[in-house]
Ligand binder design. Structure first.
Ligand SMILES: [Zn+2]
Length: 359
């Protein structure tokens, strides 16, 4: 019997007399013993469902697949529901999801995810080599202000973390505190409505502002177009082309282009990244050195890390690249699969034209 056969063909029945201490004492890793304990408890523990245990025996799944099922349903509180999902996942492992990764992905589509909750807290960590630590959970706006403050003026060619820690230490001792961010709201104007509004028929057209308020097209004309002191900035977004171009034949994006790019994509375009657009760089989708222009339909928000690892060379397929689809930036994997960053779904294109984005 070779190693693969020995590892994959452990009959479930042999786990009946599983004893955690004995397995640990025999030199198995705590992680491995933990997985065996999960499976043992599910099928031989108190209250194990006869029907599900019979299905598991018949399915002859590896212990690793059975452990994956337990990890995917462990947060489901009610026993009856958990038994139901366990039964369905055993069937799925037999029919369509025969690897742990595929089974975990499938489980996410049927088992409701644990709701994420968080409360305010602070936890201090014992120092090592003179370096202590603290983890603070606080109001998101306060945290955003702190991040903005500690990132201000850092050298982009050096790692951000140590520089932010230095800035935080100085802030602690200066007693000055962190000023609240004062974002200038942007009025989002759908391009097809603009001529109606400008011609004086905008009473019924509602425009959204990026501070969460609204105004009518008529108010927009009276208060903004006719009054430069109002302090608001208007941004035009076309339904399929995105932010309207302000052609500039130069390499660096203008201040207005940077604002529009951030309004289009309020956090880094990479789907696995949380970096707010305010701390990101403006990336040329078609690189400047390959002839890409500094136009809105060629600009995207990317953090400095994801900007650096982007496959700029069209012949390279290693880390994925940013593309523009339906007027908004999107990340495309090395194999050509497009994914948007769903962590902040309030970009201008989603807000103005949700029916087109999700069509
Ligand atoms: Zn990023």
């Amino acid at each position: 019997m070779n190693l693969l056969t020995r590892l994959t063909q452990i009959p479930l029945e042999e786990l009946r007399d599983f004893d955690r201490e004995m397995f640990l004492a025999a030199g198995l890793s705590p992680a491995r013993v933990g997985e065996l304990a999960l499976v043992h408890s599910a099928y031989f523990g108190h209250g194990a469902s006869k029907q599900t245990t019979a299905a598991a025996h018949e399915a002859r799944l590896t212990v690793d697949l059975l452990a994956q099922i337990e990890r995917s349903i462990g947060h489901v509180k009610r026993k009856g529901e958990r038994d139901g999902y366990r039964f369905r996942l055993i069937q799925a492992a037999v029919d369509k999801a025969s690897t742990c990764a595929a089974l975990a992905r499938y489980a996410k589509t049927i088992v409701p995810q644990k709701p994420k909750t968080r409360t305010k807290s602070a936890r201090f960590i014992a120092p090592v080599n003179g370096i202590g630590g603290v983890i603070i959970m606080g109001d998101e706006h306060v945290m955003a202000d702190l991040e903005a403050y500690t990132r201000t003026g850092i050298n982009p060619d050096l790692p951000a973390g140590p520089q932010m820690a230095e800035a935080f230490e100085k802030l602690m001792r200066s007693g000055e505190g962190v000023p609240a961010a004062a974002p200038r709201p942007l009025i989002l104007v759908p391009a097809p409505h603009l001529s109606t509004i400008i011609h004086g028929h905008g009473d019924d057209i509602i425009l959204g502002l990026t501070d969460g308020t609204t105004m009518t097209g008529a108010e927009f004309v009276n208060n903004y177009l006719c009054n430069e002191e109002y302090g608001l900035e208007a941004a035009l977004f076309h339904p399929t082309e995105g932010p309207v171009n302000h052609y500039r034949e130069r390499r660096l994006a203008s201040a207005k282009q940077r604002v529009l790019a951030k309004a289009t994509q309020p956090i880094c375009t990479n789907p696995d990244c949380r970096m707010p657009a305010d701390h990101c760089e403006i990336h040329h989708v078609e690189p400047w050195r390959y002839g890409g222009e500094t136009n809105m339909n060629n600009l995207a928000v990317l953090c400095s890390y994801h900007n650096r690892v982007n496959d700029d060379d069209p012949d390279k397929h290693q880390r994925g690249r940013v593309a523009i689809q339906r007027g908004r930036p999107i990340w495309v994997s090395p194999t050509g699969y497009a994914r948007s960053n769903k962590r902040h779904p309030y970009g201008a294109m989603e807000s103005l034209y949700p029916e087109l984005i999700h069509a």
